[in-house]
Write a protein that binds this ligand. Sequence first.
Ligand SMILES: NC(=O)c1ccc[n+]([C@@H]2O[C@H](COP(=O)([O-])OP(=O)(O)OC[C@H]3O[C@@H](n4cnc5c(N)ncnc54)[C@H](OP(=O)(O)O)[C@@H]3O)[C@@H](O)[C@H]2O)c1
Length: 293
Amino acid sequence: MRPPIDSGTVLITGASSGIGRELARQLARRARTLVLVARREERLEVLRDELLEHNPTLGVMVERCDLSHPDEVDSLLDSLHRHLVRVDVLVNSAGLGDYSLYEQESWARIHQMVQVNVTAPLLLTHRLLRRMVERKRGGILNISSGGARTFVPGLAVYAATKHFLDGFTESLRLELMGTGVVVTQVAPGPVDTEFSEVAGTQERVGKAPAWMRISAAQCAREALEGFDRAQPLVHPGMAYRWMMRLSALMPRGVLRAEGLPAARQLRYGTSLLEPAHPDTGQRVLLAGGPEGA
Ligand SMILES: NC(=O)c1ccc[n+]([C@@H]2O[C@H](COP(=O)([O-])OP(=O)(O)OC[C@H]3O[C@@H](n4cnc5c(N)ncnc54)[C@H](OP(=O)(O)O)[C@@H]3O)[C@@H](O)[C@H]2O)c1
């Protein structure tokens, strides 16, 4: 069973940048209509012109929407209804992270991440899925993250939103078995997009090594290949795919231990701690940072 991309209507969130924009470019060769959603309308208009230049028979709708506001998501859905647009495939690509210790994070930013990464995909899926089930054809492509399967100090809220999307997508997929609706989760590792700039990871922890990074075009291509095969989970990029396969075999304790150096670095500025004191059980930093941490 394949998702109804060919000659269908595909709604893509996060189409103004990165993976969402590349998905739009690759889907434009196959779909009848694309609905491009993001806040930066001018970018969506530039993309629309580019797509129409290469695919003159394609229909493209540009929908400016701040997905962190559920009422704007409702307005987007009303607009589709008014224009008699029936969505065959929903691609939830919009998302953001923010690198910070949790207690230092502003509540506004936490709320924004939860709204965009969790509430918006839930709401869009809830509003669009019933018609897909009734028509016995449809597709949901959720872009989560490798962070959905590990623990990521400095990105606790982001990782939690992706853990949520992982559980939701896998469970929804089971619910939809035999209905004609294809559900696929894409969990990339580092992809060269604006994500790390927005999240502040580029500035604070630097870029991931080149062998691990892939381009947004490769990520989109492998995502769509997996979606076409109705794969439950896609890890784009050979190196990252193998890392995630190995990581899936690791006991939880090993995943915790893997995150420790980064957590210490973030809080104390050093990843090295002395062994626990035999009497007090306290550990102190080898260099710098507060004692008794
Ligand atoms: N790049 C990576 O290394 C990586 C790794 C794993 C997973 N991912 C996931 O991949 C997905 C796409 O990210 P990307 O790498 O393509 O990052 P990106 O280049 O920063 O693109 C993020 C997209 O999300 C949209 N967005 C953010 N906040 C929004 C809001 N409030 N309302 C509407 N749209 C909003 C942005 O559009 P506007 O700013 O125009 O609104 C933009 O189009 C995300 O879900 C991310 O978590 C990325």
